[in-house]
Design a protein. Structure first.
Length: 341
């Protein structure tokens, strides 16, 4: 079965064609709205929604052409049902249901974070169940216990800012552009380690929750009233990255120890961070666990993870997808991943 996957939860329009029978990604394409939102220093929901509408049809044609397939060959349309920006989600959902209705095939709603969580299944070295998953992005920082596809238990999450959100806010304090995460990470490479000491919030707590708001505030206190100085900013960026990474790694190690598991999946935009990957690699070698990531191009939001998650959903429920008389649909801007278990 060929599944067209559609991701439109925020500021990237991603489409992909996935062969569920062969378990193979045939083609995928992503359009990023970064340049459009950069002038505003963050995502403007209305602009994001309108841009998704403009991009969906050309990208769908593009992935079909890239794979050498016809639209009539599609067996299902998968789309991000939530969480995310309401208007952006509706753009993808409306396109998915319209196309599915025209073709007489089912439209399958997918949880955005489940897509990220399962995205390493598309890599050359996929993980095996069970595992611990660190979902780390601009909107989410969560630790999940994953027993199987569709079986998720929340172990810990951020109590305030997500890690990626803290990266973006720190970037703004340092006068860097949007998106802030990659910019802070790059600037940190030229910073001197240990020149500034920033807090490691909740690193010694007994639970597996996170907090990054205080870390961001500590950066604000450090830079307030200071004249622009490239080396000072680089040193602050290094201190921030070191603190955030240390907390993330410590919580991952604690989750693995508490559950007795030996596999860790890291997914979401911040999962591409070089310092985080290096620190997790060191910890894995010392503690004796394995770390799995999506392919680099699939760390960001993408349609491939949505199509893959839909295929695994159909497989685990042993259902043949069918179309129904009810053509209504809804989206879930706020949606707890555990609710789909």
């Amino acid at each position: 079965m060929l599944i067209l996957g559609i991701e439109s939860s925020c500021d990237e329009t991603g489409l992909a064609l996935y062969d569920a029978t062969a378990g193979k990604l045939l083609a995928h394409a992503i359009h990023s709205q970064v340049a459009m939102h950069e002038a505003y220093g963050g995502v403007v929901p209305e602009l994001a929604s309108r841009d998704h509408i403009r991009r969906l049809v050309p990208l769908a044609r593009g992935v079909l052409g890239q794979a050498g397939r016809r639209v009539e060959e599609l067996g299902a349309i998968a789309y991000t049902q939530g969480p995310g920006l309401a208007g952006a989600l509706l753009a993808g959902a409306a396109f998915a249901h319209g196309l599915a209705f025209a073709l007489g095939v089912p439209a399958i709603g997918v949880h955005h974070m489940e897509g990220h969580l399962l995205s390493p299944m598309l890599s050359a070295r996929p993980p095996k169940f069970p595992f611990i998953a660190l979902l780390v992005s601009g909107g989410h920082t969560q630790l999940m216990k994953v027993t199987a596809a569709g079986s998720y238990e929340l172990l810990g999450e951020t109590l305030d800012d997500a890690a990626g959100e803290a990266f973006d806010k720190t970037a703004k304090l340092l006068g860097l552009g949007y998106p802030g995460g990659p910019a802070v990470s790059k600037l940190a490479e030229s910073g001197v380690p240990g020149r500034h000491k920033l807090p490691r919030p909740m690193i010694n707590s007994d639970d597996l929750d996170f907090s990054f708001s205080g870390l961001k505030t500590a950066v604000l206190t450090l830079v307030r009233g200071r004249e622009p100085d490239p080396q000072f900013h680089a040193d602050v960026a290094r201190a921030f990255v070191d603190a955030a990474v240390e907390v993330l790694v410590a919580k991952c190690v604690k989750a693995l120890k508490k559950t007795g598991m030996k596999s860790l999946v890291v997914a979401g935009g911040v999962g591409a961070n070089k310092q985080l990957r290096a620190a997790l690699g060191t910890a894995a070698a010392e503690k004796g666990f394995e770390v799995f990531y999506p392919e680099p191009e699939l760390c960001t939001d993408n349609g491939a993870m949505i199509a893959c998650a839909a295929a695994l959903s159909l497989h685990r429920r042993n259902l043949a997808p069918t179309t129904g008389a009810n053509t209504g649909f809804s989206v879930h801007p706020r949606w707890n991943l555990e609710e789909i278990t």
